[in-house]
Design a protein around this ligand. Structure first.
Ligand code: FAD
Length: 467
C-alpha cells in the first residue's frame, strides 16, 4: 500500500514531550510529522493539566490573600465570583499557549496530522483522521502518547457529578460539598482551587501522608493550614462505595479516620495516572510494553526497536512536563544520529498548593532508607524578614549535604513560591555545589531566596542562633 505521507521522523502525541521532540527534530533538519488526536496541540499539560490548573490557582491565591489582609486592616468584602469570566480567563491562557504551538509548528514546517495513530508495522503508522485513514511511513518514530487519569472502576462514572482532574478544570460550578479522593499533588491543587472559590472540601487519602513522595516535615505546614480551611483531611482512609442518588453522591468510607459527611455534591477522583504505552499498537512495531503500559527505554530514550523512541509520562515516573521536554530533545537528537543522552541528576517536583511544596534530589526518607550519610541545614522562615513581611512564616528551606564531600544532594522547600525557589537548588545539585558555594553566594535581601543561602550557612555552622 502506498503511504500518504513519508517522513524522516514521526512523533505520536503533541504534549510537552511530543511538541518539543517534533520542534527539535525539525530544527536539526529532520522532515517531521506530528500526530495528535485532538485539534489543539499541547497535550495534557497545556490543555487540561499544568497550565489551566495554575491559572485557577492564581485566582484562588488572590482570594485568599485578600481575605488574609483583613487581619492587617484592609477589608475587601466577600468576593463575587463570575464563573463564566473565570473560565474564559483560564481558557484564554490555554488558548494563547496552544495557539502559539500551532504557529511554532508551522514556522518549522512540521506537518501536523489530526487523528488517532496506531503502529501497524515497524515503519508504518496508521492515523484515523476526519477524512479517512492516512498511512505514514517513517524512518524514525518517537512515541509521546502520555497518560490518562486512573478511573476507579466501582464509581458511577456516567454520573456527571463524579469528575477527574479534567472535569474539575472545566469549572462547571462550585459545589457546596466537594470530596477529593486522593491526597496527591493533583488532588490537592484542585482542592486548593475549589476551597478558594468557596467549596467545603473533604480529602481522603489511602496512605498515611499527603503527597507521598515528599518528606513528612515539608507536608506539615500545608496540612496545618488546610486543616483549618477544609472540612476534613482523612488519612489511611479509602472509599468503599460511591452511589449516585438524587440528593448527591453518597459515599461510604473505610479506615482510620471516617469523614462525618457522606453526601457530596461532587466527587473528584485523583488517584494517579496510567501510561498510554499499551494503546498505540506498539506491539505491531515490535516495541516492548510493560504490563502496566510503560515503554522501557535506554538513556537515549530508545526502545528495544532501534529507530523507535519513547518519552514523557509513558516511559515512567516522575510524570512531569519538564521531564518530558528534556527527554524529548534527547530522543529527537538521537533520532538524527547525535550522541545525546538523558543524564539529568535530578528532576524537581512541585505541588502548587498553598503553601507550595517543592523538592529535588535525595529526600531525607530516601537517605535513611539507603543508609546515606547526610547532614541537614534547615532555615525556618520565622527568621526571614521577607516571610514575616508577607505574614507567611510557616515555611522553611532544607538542604541535604553529603557528609563526606559537603556537596548538596537534595533540597526541600515549603512556603509561598517554593516552586520558584527550588530552581536554584536543582542547578546547585547539577553543578556539584558545596555548602560553601551556596552559603557564600550573595543572595538579594530581603527575599525568600535568601533562605537558601542561610540554610547552607546553618549546615556549615556559621549561623547558629536560630533555634
Ligand atoms: P501528554 O501531555 O499526556 O500528551 C500526550 C498526547 O498524546 C495527548 O495530547 C494525547 O491526546 C495524544 N495521544 C495519545 N494517544 C494518541 C494516539 N493514539 N494518537 C494521537 N494522539 C494521541 N506536570 C508538571 O510538570 N507540572 C505541573 O504543574 C503539572 N500539573 C498537572 C496538573 C494536572 C491536572 C494534570 C492532569 C497533570 C499535571 N502535570 C504537571 C503532568 C503533566 O501534564 C504531564 O507530565 C505531561 O503532560 C506529560 O507530557 P507527555 O508529552 O508525556 O504527554
Amino acid at each position: 500500500r502506498k503511504a500518504d505521507i513519508e517522513c524522516q521522523l514521526v512523533v505520536l502525541g503533541s504534549g510537552p514531550g511530543g511538541y518539543t521532540a517534533a520542534f527539535r527534530g525539525a530544527d536539526i533538519g529532520l522532515d517531521t510529522v506530528l500526530v495528535e488526536r485532538y485539534e489543539t496541540l499541547g497535550g495534557v499539560c497545556l490543555n487540561v493539566g499544568c497550565i489551566p490548573s495554575k491559572a485557577l490557582l492564581h485566582a484562588a491565591a488572590v482570594i485568599d490573600e485578600a481575605d488574609a489582609m483583613a487581619a492587617h486592616g484592609i477589608t475587601f468584602g466577600k468576593p463575587k465570583i463570575d464563573l463564566d469570566k473565570l473560565r474564559s480567563f483560564k481558557d484564554g491562557v490555554v488558548g494563547k499557549l496552544t495557539g502559539g504551538l500551532a504557529q511554532m509548528a508551522k514556522a518549522r514546517k512540521v506537518r501536523t496530522v489530526t487523528g488517532v495513530g496506531r503502529f501497524i508495522s515497524p515503519h508504518e503508522l496508521e492515523v484515523q483522521t476526519a477524512d479517512g485513514t492516512k498511512l505514514i511511513r517513517f524512518d524514525n518514530a518517537i512515541i509521546a502518547a502520555g497518560s490518562q487519569s486512573v478511573k476507579l472502576p466501582s464509581f458511577p462514572w456516567d454520573d456527571e457529578r463524579i469528575i477527574d482532574s479534567t472535569g474539575a478544570l472545566e469549572l462547571r460550578d462550585v459545589p457546596k460539598k466537594l470530596l477529593v479522593v486522593g491526597g496527591g499533588i493533583i488532588g490537592l491543587e484542585m482542592a486548593t482551587v475549589y476551597a478558594g472559590l468557596g467549596a467545603e472540601v473533604t480529602v481522603v487519602e489511602l496512605g498515611d501522608q499527603l503527597i507521598p513522595g515528599a518528606d513528612a516535615d515539608l507536608i506539615k505546614p500545608l496540612q496545618a493550614r488546610i486543616a483549618k480551611r477544609y472540612k476534613g483531611i482523612h488519612l489511611k482512609t479509602r472509599v468503599v462505595e460511591a452511589k449516585a442518588t438524587k440528593k448527591g453522591i453518597e459515599v461510604t468510607f473505610e479506615g482510620a479516620s471516617i469523614p462525618d459527611t457522606t453526601l457530596f455534591d461532587r466527587v473528584l477522583v485523583s488517584v494517579g495516572r496510567s501510561p498510554n504505552g499499551g494503546k498505540v499498537g506498539a506491539e505491531q512495531a515490535g516495541v516492548e510494553v510493560t504490563e502496566r503500559g510503560f515503554i522501557p527505554v535506554d538513556r537515549q530514550m530508545r526502545t528495544n526497536v532501534k529507530h523507535i523512541f519513547a518519552i514523557g509520562d509513558l516511559v515512567g515516573q516522575p510524570m512531569l512536563a519538564h521531564k518530558a521536554t528534556h527527554e524529548a530533545k534527547v530522543a529527537a537528537e538521537a533520532a538524527a544520529g547525535m550522541k545525546s543522552f538523558f543524564d539529568a541528576r535530578v528532576i524537581p517536583s512541585v505541588a502548587y498548593t498553598d503553601p507550595e511544596i517543592a523538592w529535588v534530589g535525595v529526600t531525607e526518607r530516601e537517605a535513611k532508607e539507603k543508609g546515606l550519610k547526610i547532614g541537614v541545614g534547615k532555615f525556618p522562615w520565622v527568621a526571614s524578614g521577607r516571610a514575616i513581611g508577607i505574614d507567611r512564616t510557616e515555611g522553611f528551606t532544607k538542604l541535604l549535604f553529603d557528609e563526606a564531600t559537603h556537596r548538596i544532594v537534595g533540597a526541600g522547600i515549603v512556603g509561598p513560591h517554593a516552586g520558584d525557589l527550588i530552581c536554584e537548588l536543582a542547578l546547585a545539585i547539577e553543578m556539584g555545589a558545596e555548602a560553601g558555594d551556596i552559603g557564600r553566594t550573595v543572595h538579594p535581601h530581603p527575599t525568600l531566596g535568601e533562605s537558601v543561602g542561610m540554610a547552607a550557612e546553618v549546615y556549615e555552622g556559621t549561623i547558629t542562633d536560630l533555634y
